[in-house]
Design a protein around this ligand. Structure first.
Ligand code: IPE
Ligand code: IPE
Ligand code: MG
Length: 235
């Protein structure tokens, strides 16, 4: 028995800085190379028939990085949004974001709105960029919305207050660069997600390694607390 191809894959794209360091390059060059990996993996996800791909691009904690690294990353986000938009539209990829959009500059916020708007008909793949995203912040935001609504919540009704309530929980979470931790990503949604760790640094991550991670997932025995392997997707 194997699990079907996941509907939703989430990726912690880690290792850009170490990739650059190994080449005696500034960290930003690692992020630039990481942007190319994003393009490759989005294309691969589409080819493989993945329906939702969530990429952790910038965490709430990443704001503590040096100013020049942050401004370099902001420039790369702008380049990515500008450069990829026609491709995303053409390939029917719907771009969405989760996180604290209002912490970004007006320019970036407008570009995100424009990209979300222009790609909203895309039905092949939802590309969800986690930008200034923190799993704890998402839960806190949801709790505050629930309090405003004034009714006690259940697991199901709570889900409606999350950033992307229509998106099913990821069956598979990949973290690159051999770091074994969650770093505040999708804390609520990953309750029964399978974690696959790739030793590859994000800028070197390619379709073959992506398929290897998916194959590792497909062999996992998922039980959801029961005693039997449940091979269909859940939640
Ligand atoms: C991941 O690569 C990209 C972001 C967090 C923006 P890192 O920049 O964390 O790379 P390492 O972990 O220092 O190698
Ligand atoms: C997680 O990577 C965040 C992103 C990939 C955007 P970090 O490099 O920021 O996480 P830690 O500091 O190693 O836990
Ligand atoms: Mg890192």
């Amino acid at each position: 028995m194997t699990n079907p191809i996941p509907k939703h894959i989430a990726i912690i794209m880690d290792g850009n800085g170490r990739w650059a360091k190994r080449r005696f390059l500034p960290r930003i060059e690692g992020h630039r190379a990481g942007g190319k990996s994003v393009r490759r993996v989005v294309e691969a996800a589409r080819e493989l028939g993945i329906r939702y791909l969530t990429l952790y691009a910038f965490s709430t904690e990443n704001w503590t990085r040096p100013e020049d690294e942050i401004s370099g990353l902001m420039k790369l986000f702008i380049e990515y949004l500008r450069g990829e938009l026609p491709n995303l539209v053409k390939n029917k990829v719907r771009l969405r974001t989760i996180g604290q959009k209002n912490r970004f500059s007006n320019e970036i916020q407008l570009m995100i709105d424009e990209a979300e708007n222009q790609t909203k008909e895309g039905a092949e793949l939802d590309l969800i960029l986690a930008l200034s995203y923190g799993g704890r912040q998402e839960i806190i935001d949801a709790v505050n919305l629930a309090i405003k609504n004034g009714k006690p919540v259940t697991e199901e009704s709570f889900r409606r207050y999350l950033y992307a309530p229509d998106v099913p929980d990821p069956e598979l979470l990949i973290r690159t660069s051999d770091e074994l931790r969650i770093s505040n990503f999708l804390l609520w949604q990953s309750a029964y997600t399978e974690f696959v760790y790739s030793p590859v640094l994000w800028p070197d991550f390619d379709k073959d390694e992506f398929i290897r991670c998916i194959d590792e997932y497909r062999d996992r025995e998922r039980r959801f607390g029961g005693s039997e392997w449940v091979s269909s997707s859940h939640g």
